[in-house]
Design a protein around this ligand. Sequence first.
Ligand code: FMN
Length: 177
Amino acid sequence: MARILIVFSTIDGHTLTICERLQQMLQAQGHEVNLTSFENENEVPLVLEQFDKIILGASIRYGKHRPNVGAFIQRNRQVLDSRPTAFFSVNAVARKATRNTPETNPYLKRFLEQIAWQPRVAAVFGGKIDYPRYNAFDRNIIRLIMWITKGPTDPKSVVEFTDWEQVQSFGRRVSDL
Ligand SMILES: Cc1cc2nc3c(=O)[nH]c(=O)nc-3n(C[C@H](O)[C@H](O)[C@H](O)COP(=O)(O)O)c2cc1C
């Protein structure tokens, strides 16, 4: 039984949904799991030393994770290096079978190359495209990107690309750490 902390960065909520799935799964295995966002953690910092394992999860928007993800890692580098950690990225590019691993996903690859911290387990999950939710600017840009990359372009569509088996497998690897 481990005390596990999951810190997430989301804008439209899908990364949180993935975290909740991981939380349920890990709790069912008897672990104690706390969930918080990077924003909350910045305002009311947690005592990270209290946790046996730490999972960080963040979505991509316009090519990047939010800056507070990197800032959190820098600030807490010592604690993160001293215990088992895992990281996952959520993005639309990962819907492609050729772009859904830490070695093949451009965002995760670049992120891990840019930071000194290396999580023991890394993963990338396909995100969700929810056109009705976006403002006109974002909707049109994402439709253009999807058109170029042969994804869904119907402005009324909501498409989830997450492979939940991949999420389960990540959860099992974290549990085994
Ligand atoms: C405005 C906007 C920009 C995005 N930019 C990218 C991008 O550059 N690359 C990509 O693969 N996915 C991109 N996505 C897709 C998101 O990563 C995906 O929708 C993800 O599920 C969002 O997670 P969240 O709901 O936790 O924020 C973008 C989505 C939006 C709405």
